[in-house]
Design a protein around this ligand. Structure first.
Ligand SMILES: N[C@@H](Cc1ccccc1)C(=O)O
Length: 513
């Protein structure tokens, strides 16, 4: 006896053994017969059969059979005749009926009369001639003889439990009835049959005992010593178990929290600002001229309600205006235009989180280490790369001796903690000098992708805020990071609530360098 077979036998469940024995004695047995003779319930029979089949001990066949019966219309026709039959009966007596009297004469409604006419002509039992319906020779012949379809109606009526198979003589009639609406009901019945495979034969030849097996050790077993003689059912540690999908954070939330943790660990404090902000904080405080392209309606969402926002205190507004117009005492000549308070008052959905940094600088004394994470809004058309609403993380460090080198170092550290290699290239922003854009390396693609802007705030930004120490600032899009982290090609996946993706996406935090 091979080791394998021995092992298989030792692992058979008592239900599997019972089923196999029963099949040996009665190869044709159906699941319900097996259930009856073994005392198992049907579910246990089926699961034991499934298990035996998965081990190639038996084979299971599934048969789906259609069962036909009459609908209530069908029954009505079986009892009182198909509508065309009703007309034929009247016709046989009167030989002709005027079309307009048809439904009245046959005692059927107009709709049925219409159906009946169609069939009368198709069966060639009657024909219409100048508004009068005449019986044909064939019609006369069938006047007291049932058609093939009518025989099937009778047959179905006599077999109210339903019919699975029609004998050859009824087949034509059955086909005719299936071509008509609302006469036949079809129910599907599934049945199973089993066949013992060679491996099963071998197992039966070797033989086994059927003994109840304990799956649990109870208090009583221990107390009365029965545990000593019990046969235990071995565990199958390879058995398949249903997958369980535990609740978890959304992947985007996960990466946001990871970013927050990184900055908190680096000693930054969090300040998240508001979605609705004045153009003053979103643009003017950042030395963005009032005719700057980014302020255009096609890029920025302006709000009707509230239409305007309050401006901060007069001194700041005045200094900001002067700086825009002439550069004031920042060493710059400004933008050389008339600055408008009304434009600064407009309320916008913030287009970036950098306005939080200027506000924070105004409200706090250096040294400052601040970060924020939040939504920003831009008038973008939805596509695989863009959303009108996405997340940014912003950072600000201000204090004595803070330099561009510190900026690069901070960003390097941040990206390293997220698991990315970063490089910097020069860039331009109206509010920073020097400015840079960071790019991270995509190993799979062998290419660099741009992730965010950064730079040293210009004096034109800092002076009006009353800051006399250097400040570094940076901002980047989080969705892009998430797309790389989770290998998503289409940004919309992050917002789609695609349950399959959400379940399967591996949320591995991780330093990859
Ligand atoms: N606000 C810029 C990023 C940036 C932040 C801070 C300094 C420089 C640039 C953006 O949205 O792309």
């Amino acid at each position: 006896m091979s080791e394998d077979i021995k092992k298989t036998i030792s692992e058979l469940h008592i239900y599997e053994k019972k089923l196999l024995k029963e099949l040996e004695a009665n190869p044709e047995a159906t699941p319900s017969q097996i259930a009856e003779s073994t005392g198992m319930d049907i579910k246990s029979v089926m699961s034991a059969a499934g298990s035996l089949a998965s081990k190639d001990i038996i084979e299971m066949h599934k048969d789906v059979q259609k069962i036909y019966s009459l609908t209530s219309d069908g029954l009505e026709y079986a009892e009182h005749g198909l509508p065309e039959r009703r007309i034929l009966e009247v016709l046989a007596e009167k030989k002709e009926i005027s079309m307009k009297d048809l439904s009245k004469e046959a005692g059927i409604d107009k709709k049925e009369a219409g159906i009946a006419l169609g069939w009368l002509r198709q069966k060639n039992w009657a024909q219409i001639d100048q508004g009068v319906l005449n019986i044909t020779e064939l019609g006369k012949e069938f006047a007291d003889k049932a058609g093939v379809d009518e025989k099937v109606l009778d047959y179905l009526k006599a077999n109210a439990d339903g019919v699975k198979l029609f004998t050859d003589d009824l087949l034509d009639g059955f086909k005719k009835l299936t071509g008509r609406k609302n006469i036949l009901n079809v129910k599907k019945e599934t049945s199973h049959s089993f066949k013992i495979l060679p491996k099963g034969e071998e197992i039966l030849k070797i033989g086994f005992t059927i003994k109840e097996q304990a799956t649990q050790l109870t208090h009583e077993h221990l107390k009365d010593g029965e545990w000593k003689s019990l046969e235990y059912r071995p565990y199958d540690i390879n058995a398949e178990a249903p997958l369980v999908f535990a609740g978890k954070k959304h992947p985007l939330r996960e990466i946001i929290d990871e970013i927050r943790e990184i900055f908190l660990n680096m000693g930054f404090v969090e300040d998240n600002g508001e979605y609705v902000e004045s153009a003053f904080w979103n643009f003017d405080s950042l030395f963005q001229p009032q005719d700057h392209a980014a302020r255009e309606m096609q890029d920025t969402f302006y709000l009707k309600n509230p239409l305007t926002c309050d401006l901060p205190d007069d001194a700041l507004v005045k200094l900001t205006a002067e700086t825009h117009e002439t550069g004031a005492d920042t060493g710059s000549i400004g933008w050389q235009y008339d600055w408008s308070e009304d434009i600064a008052r407009q309320s916008v959905l913030r287009t970036h989180t950098t306005g939080i940094s200027t506000k924070h600088l105004f409200e706090h004394e250096p040294p400052i280490k601040m970060f924020s994470v939040g939504r920003v809004f831009r008038r973008e058309t939805f596509d695989y790369k863009h959303l009108p609403e996405f997340h940014q993380v912003e950072g600000l460090v201000c204090g004595e001796g803070i330099s561009y080198q510190n900026l690069l170092g901070t960003l390097k550290e941040f990206y390293k903690k997220l698991g990315f290699e970063v490089r910097f290239r020069p860039a331009y922003f109206p509010y920073t000098y020097l400015s840079t854009e960071s790019e991270i390396y995509l190993e799979e693609k062998g290419s660099w992708i741009e992730l965010g802007g950064a730079g040293m705030f210009r004096p034109e930004v800092l002076k009006p805020l009353g800051i006399n120490q250097p400040a570094l600032a940076f901002g980047m899009g989080i969705e892009r990071l998430a797309m790389i982290r989770y290998d998503v090609e289409d940004i919309r996946m992050l917002y789609k609530s695609d349950i399959k993706w959400l379940r399967e996406v591996p949320i591995d935090r991780g330093v990859r360098l």
